[in-house]
Design a protein. Structure first.
Length: 130
């Protein structure tokens, strides 16, 4: 008899990707400082706060999927925002954000895939065998 069930590999991968996403966003928030006062940044801050749920084991599959989808949308819109400036000299310091949000898109896609695979992995009879 196992007292603690081992998490499914895909679920654990989704949790690790969520931690990486939060680290990336923490660095972004620290670097943006005063830019976060602009209302366009507020949805990202709300997502950042909500996404901490994904870093814990036991997040609901629907909630996880919804947060990853919203994260992907947010990261993709930020990529569009920062790459749409044609590298204007006034925006010269924004290039690292462009790369950061591209990384965020990759992490969100990975999180979505891992979340979608998690139920199938957890239902695998070989995983539940004692």
């Amino acid at each position: 008899m196992t007292l603690l069930a081992r998490p499914a590999p895909a679920a654990e991968a989704a949790r690790i990707l969520a931690l990486l996403q939060q680290v990336k966003d923490t660095v972004t928030i620290a670097c943006m400082n005063l830019l976060l006062l602009v209302p366009i940044a507020w949805p990202g801050l709300v997502l950042y706060a909500l996404r901490w749920r994904l870093t814990k084991r036991g997040a609901s599959p629907f909630g996880s999927l919804l947060l990853w989808l919203l994260t992907l949308l947010h990261e993709a819109l930020c990529v569009k925002l920062f790459t749409g400036n044609e590298h204007d000299p006034d925006m010269a310091g924004m290039l690292p954000y462009e790369y950061g949000y591209l990384l965020g898109v990759l992490l969100a896609v990975g999180g979505l895939v891992a979340t979608l695979l998690a139920p199938a992995t957890a239902a695998d009879p070989a995983e539940s065998a004692p």
